[in-house]
Design a protein around this ligand. Structure first.
Ligand code: ADP
Ligand code: MG
Length: 201
C-alpha cells in the first residue's frame, strides 16, 4: 500500500446527510471530496433510467466508474460520497461510514427535495431495511464499518470530529508502522550484537 492518507466512504440512503458530512470533513481535513454524482456527470457514464416516474435517475456503469476514479483511490485521501458502497475494491478502502437518519426526518428531507411518492417510498424502504448498512458489512471487514446518525448539526460536528481523530490515528499508525518495522529490525540487530547471550548462544 502506497497511500499516506486514507480513503473513506461516506454512504447511506439519499437524504441522510452524506454530502453535508463529506463537505465538512473535506474542509476540516484537506482530504478530497470525491462526489460520485460529479464523476458520473463529468465522464457521462450514467444512462437515464427507463422508469417514466423517475427519468432523472441514472444507471451507472460501475466498471467505467472505477476506471475513472481508480488512480485517485490509489493516491489516497479521498472522501467518497455515494449511495452505494460495495463496488469500491476493499484493498483501496480504509473506513466506511454509513450515515443514518430517523424515518420521519428522512421523509421530510426527501419531500423537500421534490421526490415523487414512488421514489420517496423506495428510499424510505431502503433506510428502514438498512440496505446500505448490510451492503457495507458484507463488502468490508466489520471493524471498518461505522454507523453515524445525522439528525442535528451537533451530530454532524461530533461525527466529523470522530472521523478527524480516526484519520489522525490512521496516519500515525501507518507512518509508524513503516518506521516501526525498520526500527525494530535495526534495534534488534544492535541488541543481538550487544547481547552476550546471542554471541554465545
Ligand atoms: N445532521 C443534520 N442536521 C440537520 N440537517 C441535516 C443533517 N444532515 C443532513 N441534513 C440536511 O438534509 C438534507 C440532505 O442532506 P445531504 O447531505 O444532501 O444528504 P445526501 O448527500 O445523503 O443525499 C440537506 O438539506 C441537509 O442540510
Ligand atoms: Mg449527496
Amino acid at each position: 500500500m502506497t497511500r499516506t492518507s486514507p480513503n473513506i466512504i461516506i454512504t447511506g440512503t439519499p437524504g441522510v446527510g452524506k454530502t453535508t458530512h463529506s463537505e465538512t470533513l473535506a474542509q476540516r481535513t484537506g482530504l478530497h471530496h470525491l462526489d460520485i454524482n460529479d464523476v458520473v456527470k463529468k465522464h457521462n457514464i450514467g444512462e437515464s433510467s427507463n422508469d417514466p416516474d423517475d427519468p432523472n435517475t441514472k444507471i451507472v456503469d460501475e466498471d467505467r466508474l472505477l476506471d475513472c476514479i481508480e488512480n485517485d483511490l490509489e493516491d489516497g485521501g479521498q472522501i467518497i460520497d455515494w449511495h452505494a458502497c460495495d463496488l469500491f475494491p476493499p484493498r483501496l478502502i480504509d473506513l466506511v461510514c454509513v450515515v443514518r437518519c430517523e424515518n420521519k426526518m428522512l421523509y421530510d428531507r426527501l419531500k423537500k427535495r421534490g421526490y415523487g411518492e414512488k421514489k420517496l417510498q423506495e428510499n424510505m424502504d431502503c433506510e428502514i431495511m438498512e440496505v446500505l448498512l448490510h451492503e457495507a458489512r458484507e463488502a468490508y471487514d466489520e471493524e471498518m464499518v461505522v454507523e453515524l446518525r445525522s439528525e442535528s448539526t451537533e451530530e454532524i460536528d461530533s461525527n466529523v470530529e470522530r472521523i478527524e481523530q480516526w484519520i489522525k490515528n490512521w496516519k500515525k499508525d501507518h507512518g509508524k508502522e513503516g518506521k516501526k518495522s525498520i526500527q525494530t529490525q535495526s534495534e534488534q540487530d544492535r541488541k543481538d550484537e550487544d547481547d552476550p547471550m546471542f554471541l554465545h548462544g
